[in-house]
Write a protein that binds this ligand. Structure first.
Ligand SMILES: Nc1ncnc2c1ncn2[C@@H]1O[C@H](COP(=O)(O)OP(=O)(O)OP(=O)(O)O)[C@@H](O)[C@H]1O
Ligand SMILES: [Mg+2]
Length: 557
């Protein structure tokens, strides 16, 4: 009996409402160390079962009569037991019950884990049934313990996975940060290196000019000035490519027939590539018009062809191909582009190809595998920035020894993309006798004074202002201006905002923006509004004059 006691976890419930049966049964069981509890109804049994998942109950001894009429209550709560639980039940049946045996059996079966004990009872039969109930329940409790352990293990595993994932994410974040810092280091190092070299050339030439003036060797001044000018142009080209990469160049998108654009470049390309490389084309004849900045696209093609040439030092084949591409559904995810029609322009070479490691870094600014002096590592960076800023993308498909294809995707020109027909610019007109008045605004006084001086020398009336607000008050006065030349990034209000406000009273105002880069606030998508013009700093004096003359001449026509 001691074993029964040890294993017992809850009470044996005794439900025998008629006569003294319950008390007798409980007494017999208790005398053999079974914990018993007399209950009054099946509802009470069900409540105890629901409590703490029925852990306080180890079995039920119930008389057949107690089930009558209420069996459905018990069946329902047995069905609702926890997954591990199947309450062992002992039904004390009446021997010689006149009811049909079949009906009674079906009913007992519905109770599930049931033992039948015929009355009148013997003590031995009752004790043996009670032991059976306890053993069955003990097994179930063991199963529950295993289930609990499994659940705890699963929970712990989940927590470990979550913790590990968190750790991995932290490591990845650190790695990304390190890569970012490395890229910034490469970028700043590259800029510093290239600019220092150019500044060296410019400052040395300036010093030499001063020396030559003192020496009276005037004829040599021109050479030094030329050398300084060339270095400035190289520096300008460098900033231009950097801005292209950072998608901050000011673009002037127009409808472009890529077939035509490439065809017009073929002669230049063949000359650049040399006789050992044969150039061929495969143009789609129903090619859509693309929407992008044409001179920049020419730059892209030239850069890709120069890369192809460098990859084929022994000569080879270069193929320029165009095609239409329709991106829908999954393809847009793969290409990381919005749904739509694109014009694809590919440059394929039969050169050395790239390893996956090189291809992965090829778009990084200043990444180059070329010897010092032969590559700045900005070509593909510029292509990347330009295509992204234009609403497209660039892909590389390359295999070592087999060659490379670089494809650029440009958005197709849609009907309403280009509502304002840009007036074709008239050829440069000679200056007319009556001088024109130009308002020049720049907060950088050296630039402003220089522009004003150049324009005055060319015969214009020039009025100057040092910032946007001063400029605006002039534009809102009664003074007459033929055009406005303005910087964009200025304290107070920027050039774009100023021009927009001035246009409320002067809708015809012609504007030439002179800017270092496309400031996002001024040109949210990097594009100049039609009707305005743009000159990128640094510019040559001749270019400034030519643009001003062009714009004023176009106004007249
Ligand atoms: N067609 C190609 N075949 C093989 N490798 C290429 C090709 N195009 C680019 N690369 C690799 O990618 C690197 C980066 O190209 P990217 O055009 O950005 O710079 P670069 O050509 O080295 O210098 P830059 O274009 O500024 O003169 C190249 O140095 C080269 O290693
Ligand atoms: Mg290149």
């Amino acid at each position: 009996m001691a074993r029964d006691r040890e294993q017992q976890k809850g009470d044996l419930l005794v439900l025998a409402p008629t006569g003294e049966d319950a008390t007798v049964i409980a007494r017999v069981l208790s005398s053999r160390s079974f914990d018993t509890r007399i209950v009054a109804s099946l509802t009470e049994v069900c409540e105890l079962l629901r409590n703490e998942e029925g852990l306080s109950v180890s079995g039920l001894v119930v008389t057949e009569e107690a089930l009558e009429g209420e069996a459905a209550v018990l069946i329902k709560c047995l069905e609702d037991q926890a997954a591990w639980s199947d309450l062992p039940t002992c039904v004390l049946i009446v021997a010689g019950n006149p009811d049909s045996a079949a009906v009674r059996w079906r009913f007992f079966e519905a109770l599930g884990n049931v033992t039948l004990l015929a009355r009148p009872l013997t003590v031995e039969a009752l004790l043996s049934a009670a032991r059976g109930l306890l053993r069955a329940r003990a097994r179930q409790l063991q199963t529950k313990r295993h289930l609990d352990e499994l659940k705890a293990a699963a929970l712990m595993l989940e927590q470990r996975v979550a913790q590990r994932t968190e750790e991995l994410m932290a490591v990845e974040q650190t790695l990304r940060q390190a890569q970012k810092m490395e890229a910034i280091g490469q970028l700043t190092g590259g800029i510093a290196h290239d600019f220092n070299n150019l500044l060296q050339v410019i400052s040395s030439n300036m010093e030499l000019i001063k020396v030559r003036i003192r020496q009276g060797r005037m004829v040599e001044i021109e050479r030094h000035a030329q050398s300084a000018t060339e270095a400035t142009q190289r520096a300008a080209a460098l900033t231009h490519r950097l801005l292209a990469f950072s998608r901050r160049q000011t673009l002037d998108p127009k409808p472009v027939d890529a077939n035509q654009l490439v065809s017009d470049m073929l002669e230049l390309l063949q000359r650049t590539l040399g006789p050992s490389i044969s150039v061929n084309t495969a143009f789609a004849h129903d090619l859509h018009l693309a929407l992008c900045d044409p001179p920049q696209l020419e730059n892209v093609v030239l850069n890709l062809c120069i890369n192809a040439r460098d990859a084929m030092p022994e000569g080879g084949e270069l193929r320029l191909m165009t095609e239409n591409s329709k991106l829908r559904g999954r393809a847009t995810v793969l290409h990381d582009l919005p749904e739509g029609d694109y014009v694809v322009l590919s440059v394929t070479d039969t050169g050395c190809g790239m390893t996956p490691e090189i291809a992965a870094k090829a778009f990084d600014p200043f990444f180059t595998t070329k010897p010092i002096g032969q590559g700045t590592g900005l070509g593909l960076s510029m292509v990347y920035g330009f295509t992204r800023q234009s609403g497209g993308k660039v892909t590389i498909d390359s295999r070592v020894g087999a060659g490379t294809t670089v494809s650029i995707y440009l958005p197709k020109l849609e009907g309403d993309d280009f509502p304002v027909a840009i007036k074709s610019q008239a050829p440069t007109a000679p200056l007319v006798a009556s001088p024109k008045t130009v308002l020049v605004i720049d907060d950088e006084s050296a630039v402003r004074t220089l522009c004003a001086e150049v324009l005055r020398e060319a015969g214009y009336n020039v009025i100057e202002a040092g910032d946007g607000l001063a400029g605006l008050s002039l534009l809102e006065s009664n003074l007459h201006f033929d055009m406005l030349v303005t910087d964009i990034g200025m304290p107070g209000i920027n050039g774009r905002e100023m021009a927009d406000r001035a246009r409320r009273t002067r809708p015809e105002l012609r504007v030439l923006y002179i800017t270092g880069y496309a400031e996002k606030a001024a040109f949210p998508n990097g594009n100049v509004d039609p009707g305005s013009h743009l000159l990128t700093k640094p510019f040559a004096i001749q270019d400034l004059l030519a643009r001003v003359e062009q714009i004023i001449a176009a106004e007249k026509s």
